[in-house]
Design a protein around this ligand. Structure first.
Ligand code: FES
Ligand SMILES: [Fe+2]
Length: 443
């Protein structure tokens, strides 16, 4: 095979449709390098509203787990199979304290300690030995605003539960949601730092104005933060939309419905505050809050349908004909296959954000394999973690010489400089600084 054959028209025969995927990025089960990295961070594993009076089966990072709330209102997240003879604790009986296996009644506390072994003499040496040597695997949990988070890593390395500034924005209502994708998590994560896709996939799904590509710029900060920004021309305005990824899987974006670029907006906040969590290697779940209010998306979208559209461009439950007519994110990413063949991709300048964050993720995995812990999100700054997912619309007249691309890029740089400069402040003070500086810039 030579170049003239492979590049010739109708040369399908010369190109393999089958490549291989990047195993380092895609595999997240126990013992894999990425699995180890992800196990150094907190992840949402369920919505509080999903947890009823019975235990519920949870799959995360390739592990089968059982989540329950005991009668003392404490959450337990434990390995699915009972350490006695492997019955599933999904069928366990919830107790005042912990859970009891349905098969022979072994009773476990939420941290996995064995409390009781029915049928065994209470205090014999053998009973004590079993209690000491045998434990049910359990993980720490945190429940926060309708989402249940877990830490699946080594006991001595649990990071602080991160508090993002998005939790404190005044006037925002946060509504929890989740959405399943039947494909590898990297396919879903990629889209957050891919500003060009919104101009094609979402051109008719969000507000008018999404349909132009505009100028895109990428920013890499603090080793674990990646921003993909789009700057679009709308009349005499420049609309700067900032999507963000904080490694390994925290994402925010600009609004979906709050702005079309025609009216000033100063540091409007993200449509969602969201994590892309691997279920196993061929499925992942987006767990998030939709953010509604003056600085988020309009409250009328605070419905199941509204949040599905923010998450995926379209409602999820649709006929195949509807999906063909208006594909959303789920069609785009599931269409790549269960795990996309990364070796057959051809990344271009617009994929710089994707290339940058993947490279850093892999570096963090390799460092961890050598014993170097990844940066903690809570260490990004003092106080609530600063986030950047936002929309800003400022007055920027088109360049009379005709190089509007440059004008838009410069507007982007100025806006991002202000946002970054705001990092010297925290919380409401940071917001006020950024908003006032952007207002001044807009005149
Ligand atoms: S299998 Fe669970 S108590 Fe026997
Ligand atoms: Fe999208």
């Amino acid at each position: 095979m030579n170049d003239s054959q492979t590049n010739a028209p109708y040369s399908g025969y010369h190109h393999s449709q089958r490549g291989d995927y990047d195993h380092e990025l895609a595999e997240t089960g126990p013992g894999t390098v990425m699995g180890e990295l992800l196990r150094r961070y907190w992840h949402p594993v369920a919505k509080s509203s999903e947890l009823g009076e019975h235990p519920s089966l949870v799959r995360i990072l390739g592990e089968e787990l059982v989540l329950f709330r005991d009668r003392s209102n404490r959450l337990g997240l434990v390995h699915k199979n009972c350490p006695h003879r492997r019955a599933s604790l999904e069928f366990g009986r919830i107790a005042e304290r912990g859970i009891q296996c349905c098969y022979h009644g072994w009773h476990f506390d939420i941290d996995g300690t064995i409390l009781d072994i029915p049928g065994q003499p209470a205090s014999t040496e053998t009973t004590e030995k079993v209690k000491q040597n045998c434990r049910l695997g359990a993980y720490p949990t945190e429940e926060f605003r309708g989402l249940i988070f877990a830490y699946l890593g080594p006991t001595g390395e649990k990071p602080e539960f991160p508090h993002f500034d998005a939790y404190d924005t005044e006037g925002i209502t946060m509504s929890p949601y989740s959405a399943l994708f039947n494909c590898n998590w990297i396919q879903v994560l990629d889209a957050i730092v891919d500003p060009v896709h919104t101009a094609f996939l979402h051109q008719d799904q969000f507000t008018d104005g999404f349909g132009t590509v505009g100028e895109y710029q990428f920013y890499e900060r603090d080793r674990i933060r990646f921003l993909g920004t789009a700057t679009r021309r709308v009349g005499d305005n420049a609309w700067i939309r900032v999507n963000e990824l904080i490694l390994p899987n925290f994402t925010q974006s600009g609004a979906a419905f709050a702005t079309d670029g025609t009216r000033n907006r100063f540091f409007g906040r993200s449509a969602f505050t969201r994590w892309v969590v691997p279920v196993d290697d061929t499925r992942c779940m987006a767990f998030a809050w939709g953010n509604f209010g003056e600085r988020g998306d309009p409250p009328e979208f605070n419905t199941r349908e509204g949040m599905e559209r923010m998450e995926q461009g379209e409602v999820i439950d649709r006929s195949h004909a509807e999906k063909l007519r208006s594909p959303g994110d789920v069609e785009a990413v599931e269409g790549m296959g269960l795990i996309s063949d990364h070796s057959n991709e051809h990344l271009v300048a617009a994929d710089r954000g994707v290339a940058l964050y993947r490279r850093r993720l892999k570096k963090l995995c390799r460092d961890l394999a050598k014993g170097k812990l990844p940066p903690a999100q809570a260490d990004l700054n003092t106080g609530a973690i600063h986030t950047y997912g936002s929309d800003t619309v400022i007055r920027v007249f088109p360049d009379s010489n005709g190089d509007d691309a440059l004008t838009l890029q410069q507007a982007n740089t100025r806006v991002m400089d202000i946002i970054f400069h705001g990092d010297q402040f925290n919380g409401a003070e940071r917001d006020t600084y950024i908003i006032e500086a952007l207002q001044k810039l807009s005149h």
